[in-house]
Design a protein around this ligand. Structure first.
Ligand code: CP3
Length: 342
């Protein structure tokens, strides 16, 4: 039976009448209604841990645009926070953590706190699901171990050269850290499924920074472990693996994870991605969010090309990375119109 929710239908091998879509960071600062709720809480994490408000901002883009997926409002960095490495978000700068430098600090991280600490996130899901229009799939997510470890090891940042240096110089430290992140992430994702999410995305946003010789250890193997654990406990929940900007390594990544969907960043065209993963996997991507923000006509042209290239193939329209705060909300409305007209 083909599911009546286009994203779920696509991820479970069914046919869809139209191209399903959702957008990474669809809930966020580009929306005035988000900024209003955000200004009512002292900091970003408080919003993640206040179920009523987190549910409201999860639903905001659905009410405004009617996309096919509602992504849970939370963050990948709630995992270190739950493990006992407190995270704060500094306005206009980003996350800050006290770096992990020793095995002793890793030993102190407590996986058993995950579900208690993140219970508000389960409550958010419970509040969102009954409000969703029939066509909308509830999407959960977590960060992949390497991407989460980048912040835990470096405390902040974008380049993550320091995290890569640590991975080279102290492989045992990183292995020990993954031994905490992986079970916490599995437990968090299982909790999300039990609370009502219907599909999952694993974000490995910084996978593209990993050198080839470390790729299996830092990216493919840990992602595959999480996928296998979820497959074992919840075999019917589809998973989208999004290891951003990994180029030709996509072939091995997709094969080893064996997940239903693969997200594509902006390092290749959707056509190139299709050639790398074959025809069985659902591809998701990959319009440039910066282009959508600053050059709408060109973005819509690119959207047409993506839709044309993916026609009659298993495909979910998305961006190559998250919505940027300076994107005018009307630009996403115009993009939705193009996707819906196909
Ligand atoms: O709409 C959605 O996609 C749902 C929620 C969501 C957020 N973060 C909310 C958020 C999701 C799925 C994420 C994932 C996330 N968080 C990733 C992976 C995807 C990616 O962007 O690569 C990463 C690396 C993070 C870590 C993170 N969270 C950083 C580095 C920052 C600061 C930079 C920034 O954009 O501000 C955040 C903050 C954050 N997460 C915001 C939102 C809406 C903005 C904070 C605010 O409102 O003050």
């Amino acid at each position: 039976m083909t599911h009546h929710k286009p994203i779920l239908a696509s991820l479970t091998g069914g046919k869809t009448q139209r191209t399903p879509c959702w957008f990474m960071r669809q809930a966020g600062r580009y929306l005035p209604e988000y900024r209003e709720v955000r200004s009512s809480v002292p900091d970003f994490l408080s919003l993640c841990y206040t179920p009523k408000k987190a549910a409201e901002v999860t639903l905001q883009p659905i009410y405004r645009y009617g996309m096919d997926g509602a992504i849970l409002f939370s963050d990948i960095l709630v995992i270190p926070d739950a493990l006992g490495q407190p995270v704060r978000f500094v306005e206009k700068e980003g996350p800050r953590l006290d770096k992990i430098t020793s095995l002793k600090q890793i030993d102190a991280l407590d996986v058993s706190r995950t579900r208690i600490h993140l219970a508000p996130v389960a409550e958010t899901i419970g509040r969102v699901v009954p409000e969703l229009p029939d066509h909308v799939t509830m999407l959960g997510f977590a960060g992949a171990p390497w991407t989460v470890a980048c912040y835990m090891l470096q405390g902040r940042g974008k380049e993550f050269s320091e995290a890569i240096q640590i991975a080279r110089a102290q492989p045992a430290l990183v292995a020990a850290l993954f031994e905490k992140i992986i079970p916490a992430t599995v437990s968090y994702l299982q909790m999300q499924i039990e609370a009502g999410v219907e599909a999952l995305q694993l974000f490995d946003s910084w996978a593209g920074l990993v050198p080839d010789d470390l790729f299996e250890t830092l990216v493919t193997a840990p992602n595959a472990k999480i996928v296998a654990a979820i497959r074992a406990s919840h075999p019917h929940t589809p998973i989208i693996g999004f290891a951003k900007d990994i180029g030709a390594r996509l072939t091995g990544y997709a094969r080893q994870l064996g997940c239903q969907g693969i997200g594509i960043g902006m390092d290749m065209t959707m056509k190139q991605a299709r050639a790398l993963v074959g025809n069985d996997v659902v591809l998701q991507g990959n319009l440039d969010p910066e282009l959508l923000a600053i050059n709408l006509p060109e973005a819509l042209k690119q959207a047409h090309i993506i839709l044309e290239d993916m026609r009659d193939q298993p495909f979910i329209f998305n961006l190559g990375h998250g919505m940027v705060p300076h994107c005018p909300p009307e630009h996403l409305a115009a993009l939705m119109q193009v996707i819906r007209q196909e």
